[in-house]
Design a protein around this ligand. Sequence first.
Ligand code: TYD
Length: 195
Amino acid sequence: MKGLFIVFEGIDGGGKSTQIQMLSDFFDSKGYEVERHMEPTHAVIGSLLWDYMNSKSRSFDPETEALLFAADRIEHGKVIKESLVKGKVVISDRYKHSSLAYQGAAGVDVEWMQSLNKHALVPDLVILLDIDPDKSLERVSDRAKTVFEKKEYLKKVRAEYIRYAETGELVVVDALQSIEDVHEDILAHVKKLTE
Ligand code: TYD
């Protein structure tokens, strides 16, 4: 049996962590073996990216960011594949569309990024937790912000995500609803994959 690869996308503060936990509990309760992943990863290249994102300023060129995220993703892809071959459900907090949206919004050539990411796996489902940055930044106001969490920039990132949703690569879930309603919407999409 082949596993399932599900990705959560969206700007910071959209509730990804909560929803990933709930979906992972759902699969668990149905007897599936579930793994939670994230990008950046906590492997060598991903750790460098976390240090960078928590630094004082966005000092790398966005092209450098795109290269590093893509490199982290190539290594991550191998780990995901191993789990999928074993029939596991892999839920990842971010994948390729984070690069297309975040680095795309910073002006990086999308064709070039698509080619850097051409070996990325095609997920079974990519869920966009969509929220206005005015609201999402309110939600994260208590914690330290990464170099990417600036309102005007996140508005552009959101617009990029919506562009990919319009092509059908992502399904959109309104993240402003209650936690339970967001979960129900996600389950409706997931059930289409498993029935
Ligand atoms: P995030 O997922 O918001 O983690 P947390 O909520 O735990 O802080 O942080 C990851 C950041 O990485 C987010 O701001 C988007 C950025 N990012 C990119 O810019 N490009 C990428 O390709 C990926 C995977 C992430």
